[in-house]
Write a protein that binds this ligand. Structure first.
Ligand SMILES: [Cu+2]
Length: 346
């Protein structure tokens, strides 16, 4: 084969490969078959504070569901706990599959201890969704960690989404140390929520979020159980999506409010190198049992910046998947995150 033939053959292969890539990007809806358990675990939320939880796949937040628009999903959920549960896929339209909506005594019988239930639906809503138990929600969701992220990639992402270089998920929740040790208690109106967390951890048990100058950072903010007023220092955030839906007119903000259950996506141009705080501006949400400098806060670290002496995260082992940025790069499916695993209770 001469040089020109080889070049022609190479170009032919390249075209075939790019056609296949396009094909797999745009008509890649698949049948996805998944399994998830519910376990009794104990999680460390803050230094010196542990809570009993019901962990999807033994972790809080639950594992990441990363799907593509149009995927046909089948999830078998097995309950290894002593109480009943269901799974509600929050935001999913469930077109023609209302029996998979996960509401006990309305769309299904709750999953009894030792039993399993299979949910089947099409991923017909895109963006940042989440899932949670729908049995005794005020306790199981409100205090026991029964929530996790559900991300559905759209067939046609918006132009700004296509520029994103780093994707991160932040789930906000609260805890009540008074009932932390006893299943079946808590979740009452007026009870005192005294710990506040991002991805199940209160500052400084959270992790820094590492970026580099020039990154286009997407934060998927999910208010799982508490209201939030999310503030990032040193940058404006472009609010691009609400509840998974792209906004017709994205707008800039430096504080983003979320009501419980709400999801807001923001996209940030990382153009101001430094070490920057983010925190919930509902002031008592930045405390651990009333002690300041805790709660729903994290630090954004630009690569190459020298930190001050006595920096909060000095010498702390860095966990790159704490905001699920690494798992979001993986092919679609169900992703366990090691950093969120609790201790199994016997
Ligand atoms: Cu439950």
């Amino acid at each position: 084969m001469n040089e020109r033939d080889r070049t022609a053959q190479y170009l032919g292969q390249l075209m075939l490969a790019s056609t296949l890539t396009l094909f797999s990007l745009h008509s890649s809806a698949e049948h996805v078959s998944l399994e998830m358990t519910i376990e009794e675990i104990e999680v460390e939320v803050a230094p010196g504070f542990k809570s009993k939880a019901f962990g999807f796949n033994g972790q809080v937040p639950g594992p990441l569901y990363h799907l593509k628009e149009g995927d046909d999903v089948e999830v078998t959920v097995s309950n290894f706990t002593t109480l009943t549960h269901t799974v509600h896929w929050h935001g999913m339209y469930q077109t023609g599959t209302w029996e998979s909506d996960g509401v006990p005594h309305v769309t299904q019988h709750p999953i009894e201890p030792g039993e399993s239930h299979t949910y089947r639906f099409t991923a017909d809503k895109t963006g940042t969704l989440w899932y949670h138990c729908h049995v005794n929600v005020s306790e199981h969701v409100g205090l026991r960690g029964m929530w996790g992220p559900l991300i559905v990639d759209p067939k046609e992402p918006t132009p700004i989404e296509q520029r994103v270089t780093k994707d991160a998920i932040l789930m906000f929740s609260g805890w009540n140390s008074e009932v932390a040790d006893t299943y079946g208690e808590g979740g009452h109106p007026g009870e005192v929520i005294n710990y506040f967390s991002i991805n199940g951890k209160s500052f400084p048990t959270t992790q820094p979020l590492r970026v580099k100058e020039g990154d286009v950072l997407r934060l998927r903010l999910i208010a799982a159980t508490i209201p939030v007023a999310f503030h990032l220092h040193g940058h404006d955030m472009l609010v691009t999506h609400k509840d998974g839906l792209p906004l017709p007119n994205p707008y800039p903000a430096d504080v983003v409010p979320l009501a419980p259950g709400e999801r807001i996506d923001v996209i940030v141009e990382m153009n101001n190198p430094g070490i920057w705080m983010t925190h919930d501006h509902i002031e008592h949400h930045t405390t651990n049992n009333g002690k300041e400098h805790g709660g729903s806060m994290l630090v954004v670290e630009y690569e190459g910046i020298e930190t001050i002496e006595g920096y909060d995260f000095e010498g702390v082992d860095y966990e790159p998947d704490f905001y699920m940025s690494e798992s979001l790069k993986q092919p679609s499916g169900l992703h366990d995150i090691e950093a969120f695993k609790g201790e199994l209770l016997e």
